[in-house]
Design a protein around this ligand. Structure first.
Ligand SMILES: [Zn+2]
Length: 251
């Protein structure tokens, strides 16, 4: 690695380590489950959580750098056992700069039933552009999870997929956007569950879902982001690989 790449990797290590704190802050993970990864902009490299390390012990130095095949190129520990799935997504979806995986409770309850979350909330239309879909059952380790994520998201605007009997995978133009999608996915899953417990929720007309999604994704979020994991030129309206850090302020 030349000096520029070393600096880039160091910055992404900091970002990925810091973003893991959001998973615990929003109560999306138990024990060492869950992980965040980010693409090193312009490089065939990703930074991902080490396997089996307590959240309290995650630092920039403990993060693991892998190539897009999932092979470790820098870092002393083993990468997350979900690295193959993350790497598959980065290979198949060049617009994706960040991937997150959790077993957050409400969303994973929908995954356990193999049930997509219908779009009953304007916040879901904004962030997900419709239902949050369910991906196939797949065993961990090989490419099956990655294939399931990519093939399911290909047919949806959602940056989140509920992998059946497993949990949530989200994508974003950068790691922060993917973390935001994971937080919002759990929030939507919880409210949708509560709503259905009260009786049949009301659908939102497809045209209104389209209008909400378009406004949220394209009218807001035009200001440049300062996230160091964002690649210049990927920051424009990018459909589902989106999630400007500035959206919230405008709502
Ligand atoms: Zn998992």
């Amino acid at each position: 690695m030349n000096a520029d790449v070393v600096r880039q990797v160091a910055a992404v290590r900091e970002t990925v380590a810091r973003l893991h704190r959001e998973l615990t802050r929003y109560d999306l993970v138990a024990w060492t489950a869950g992980n965040v990864s980010a693409r090193v902009p312009g490089q065939e490299l990703i930074v991902i959580k080490p396997s089996g390390v307590d959240y309290d012990d995650l630092t920039a130095d403990t993060m693991v750098v892998c190539d897009l095949g999932g092979t470790v190129v820098d870092g002393g520990g083993s990468p997350s056992s979900d690295t193959a799935a993350h790497a598959y997504v980065y290979r198949a979806m060049p617009e994706v700069g960040g991937v997150v995986h959790t077993h957050s409770g409400y969303a994973t309850a929908w995954a356990a039933r193999g049930e997509a979350i219908p779009c009953w909330l304007t916040a879901q239309a904004d962030e997900f552009g419709g239902e949050i879909p369910v991906g196939p059952f797949a065993l961990i380790g090989g490419d099956d999870i990655g294939k399931g994520i990519v093939s399911t998201l290909a047919g949806h605007r959602s940056p989140a997929v509920l992998m059946r009997n497993h949990g949530v995978f989200t994508i974003g133009r950068d790691a922060r956007a993917a973390v935001k999608a994971a937080v919002m996915c759990e929030d939507v899953a919880r409210t949708a569950h509560l709503a259905r417990a009260l009786g049949p929720p009301l659908p939102i007309a497809a045209a209104d879902v389209d209008a909400l999604h378009d406004r949220y994704q394209n009218v807001y979020g035009q200001r440049p982001t300062t996230d160091p994991t964002t690649t210049p030129g990927r920051a424009g309206p990018a459909g589902r690989a989106s999630g400007s850090p500035h959206h919230e302020e405008n709502r």
